[in-house]
Design a binder for this molecule. Structure first.
Ligand SMILES: [Zn+2]
Length: 163
């Protein structure tokens, strides 16, 4: 059942890619003159390690070129690693990609990561994402612990210096 579901997802994505190509054929005259406008940045996250998507990829690169969009293909180092893809996904999102096209290796996991992200906060020290325990929290648990230690150390130092 899982396999069937996945291949259905792939067909849907292929359909989207197909319509993108069709769109590209129709739209270029409108967009060609706007090359100097900010480029649209698209990230395509595949779930494989290799280029099993070569044909689709070539089509998309052609389309992106026509539209003056920036296209990035990201493959995984371990095929079908949901965890790795999740990481890439959030990184691309964070990196300001205008659109993400994903061939999900773990759809539910990706969903969860996305929903989760809304409740997450970015640590002002290390830039990592974490779930804050209070609205005032500024640091991730690791950095908060380090900050706490640093403050204690400072306090002790000041105390010893007789201040
Ligand atoms: Zn941190």
């Amino acid at each position: 059942m899982k396999i069937k579901h996945n291949s259905l997802v792939e067909y849907v994505i292929l359909g989207v890619l197909g319509s993108l190509v069709v769109l590209t054929l129709a739209v270029p005259p409108l967009l060609r003159d706007r090359r100097c406008a900010p480029v649209l940045s698209l990230s395509v996250l595949l779930r494989d390690t290799d280029n099993s998507w070569t044909a689709a990829r070539q089509g998309m690169e052609l389309a992106a070129d026509e539209l003056g969009a920036e296209l990035r293909f990201l493959t995984l180092t371990t095929s079908n690693s949901g965890e790795e893809q999740e990481e890439l996904f959030l990184r691309e999102l964070e990196g300001g990609a205008d659109a993400l096209i994903v061939v999900p290796s773990d759809l539910e996991g990706l969903y969860a990561a996305l929903l989760h992200r809304e409740n997450m906060k970015k640590c002002v020290l290390c830039g990592g994402w974490y779930i804050p325990k209070s609205n005032r929290a500024k640091y991730c648990p690791d950095c908060a612990e380090q900050e706490r230690r640093r403050k204690t150390r400072d306090r002790v130092r000041r105390h010893r210096a007789g201040m």
